[in-house]
Design a protein around this ligand. Structure first.
Ligand code: PGA
Length: 233
């Protein structure tokens, strides 16, 4: 059975209180999970990427409620611990999360992240056993990844991010195929205006192993619908 990743990227949204409210509505009863083990009864892996300030409270809530959710950070310092004001190191993130987003197009655009820094961040994630989820919007960004990259790729065309105009599932699948031509058979997930209405059309594509939702993940009920629809495949 094919494994699917359902990723929620909250970006720069939600206070601790708002996050706790979101979690309250996503109890193990609501998720398609076994009430006994807390594990998803399906082949889904739910990854929640909140802001750094909420990782710890969410970790506590997830453990307490035994929710089948893995945490991811939205970024990682390219440096180890040390005099890098404002940065959060891989060692710190590894206490709280399993995954880390690297090179989101918003970081490339607003914070001028370039290939070398992205490569350093990937290296840092791997050295702390975090799985990097590298965001790309075109093939050049794939070609410049470090040799032997073996994390997850989140393909997000810029025109689809936050616009309500997703890529077509067929085009996303073609892109996933081309990415695999370069990187080998690693999981490729699609992001950009994913909703509960279109999630199945993306997950039905043979080369796509999941979806990343930004805006749609902020509303717990819409996110739950995404998970429920994905679980039907
Ligand atoms: P969106 O964002 O779902 O709001 O389009 C996706 C993303 O940037 O991860």
């Amino acid at each position: 059975m094919k494994k699917f990743f359902i990723l929620a990227n909250w970006k720069s949204n939600k206070t601790i209180g708002e996050a706790e409210e979101w979690i309250k509505q996503l109890t193990t009863y609501n998720l398609p999970a076994s009430p006994v083990s807390g594990q998803l009864t399906t082949n889904l892996e739910i990854i929640l990427c909140p802001p750094f300030t909420i990782l710890y409270p969410l970790k506590l809530s997830i453990e307490k409620l035994q929710l089948p959710i893995k945490l991811g950070a939205q970024d990682i310092s390219p440096f180890p611990d040390g005099p890098y004001t404002g940065e959060v190191s891989g060692k710190m993130i590894a206490e709280l999360a399993f995954y880390v987003l690297v090179g989101h197009s918003e970081r490339r655009t607003y914070f001028e992240e370039k290939e070398q820094m992205i490569a350093q961040k990937i290296e840092m994630a791997i050295s702390f056993n975090l799985t990097p989820i590298v965001c790309v919007s075109h093939l050049d960004e794939v070609k410049s990844l470090p040799c032997g990259f073996s994390g997850i790729i989140l393909y997000e065309p810029i025109s689809a991010i936050g616009t309500g105009e997703p890529d077509t599932p067929e085009n996303a699948n073609r892109m996933a195929e081309r990415i695999k031509d370069f990187l080998g058979d690693i999981p490729i997930i699609y992001g950009g205006s994913v909703t509960s209405e279109n999630v199945v059309s993306f997950l039905s594509q043979p080369r796509i192993s999941g979806v990343g939702a930004g805006k749609a993940s902020l509303d717990p009920l819409e996110f739950l619908k995404i998970v429920r629809n994905a679980a039907k495949i």
